[in-house]
Design a protein around this ligand. Sequence first.
Ligand SMILES: Nc1ncnc2c1ncn2[C@@H]1O[C@H](COP(=O)(O)OP(=O)(O)OP(=O)(O)O)[C@@H](O)[C@H]1O
Length: 320
Amino acid sequence: MTPSPPAPTTLTDLEERAAEAARARAYGDDALIVCDRLVRIFSTDGVEVQALQGLDLLVREGELTALVGASGSGKSTLLNILAGLDTPSAGRATVAGYDLLAMNAASRLRYRRETVGFIWQRTSRNLLPYLTAAQNVALPMRLRRGGVGSRRRQRERARELLDLLGLAEARDRHPAQLSGGEQQRVAVAVALANHPSVVLADEPTGELDTATAEQVFAALRRANAELGTTIVVVTHDQGVSEQVSRTVSIRDGRTSTETLRRTEPDAGGGESRVSREYTTIDRSGRLQLPPEFTEPLAIRDRVRLELRPQHIEVHPDDEH
Ligand SMILES: Nc1ncnc2c1ncn2[C@@H]1O[C@H](COP(=O)(O)OP(=O)(O)OP(=O)(O)O)[C@@H](O)[C@H]1O
């Protein structure tokens, strides 16, 4: 039997199509970082690894976001893409208006020098050993297209940034004369040198003890609060992730849950920190249920949903 021809397009169909297109346009319109169904596949020796499997993430201007997740979940892959160091296999990724899938070599270089600042975990990777702290901070300004301001202005900005991060004493010292924590704080100043839209940090406190890690993280928080810089930091450190207002957790190459924290007045007239955990719904409406919820109820292949006026109920499959 031949299939019947498609029904004629009605006005309602057209209106629905227009509304759907408008919804699609709206995704991430107000965000500085937009990852939309991002995929990154690595092929080595004929074996494919799907490091990112359709990851959705929005980060708004001025946010300080921590990314957490098990080893191999895709955090570094995501950060490298956002830094312009790697290119996604599919999906959409934009940062401050740059389309990360469609940049040519020249705009990629400009993006990396002017739009993002990056801090690596290994302290030795962030700074040039033969330059002083102040010279390290001034270097990105000199490398920027046309340079930013006069040499004098560059030196002034380097000094201002080092002062802001509590490193006035370290100005004329070389990295070898600085502690690991001080080096990472200088690296924060280097990342901020060119007024980037976003600073990305991959485990910046991974090599440090807890007290020193706290100082480095305080420097990132200060940059966020006082300069308004949007910051995305990958961390394994529970203590660090609890200090940010938003923690996004990545599982198997997708965002899975999110914790939002804020300070609220409490009954005793003081203030207390309130945190709330959310599960991410992806662009196709898929929801990942965390094992803490599924395992106690022996939820496996399917669930029954019921729509209530203010919420949705998820029931275990009661057919078995
Ligand atoms: N260049 C590469 N070539 C092949 N596979 C890679 C490459 N980079 C990452 N992978 C794989 O992609 C997956 C995600 O890796 P990624 O480094 O992003 O994870 P991660 O969450 O940052 O882990 P960790 O916390 O251990 O740093 C892993 O399975 C990893 O082995």
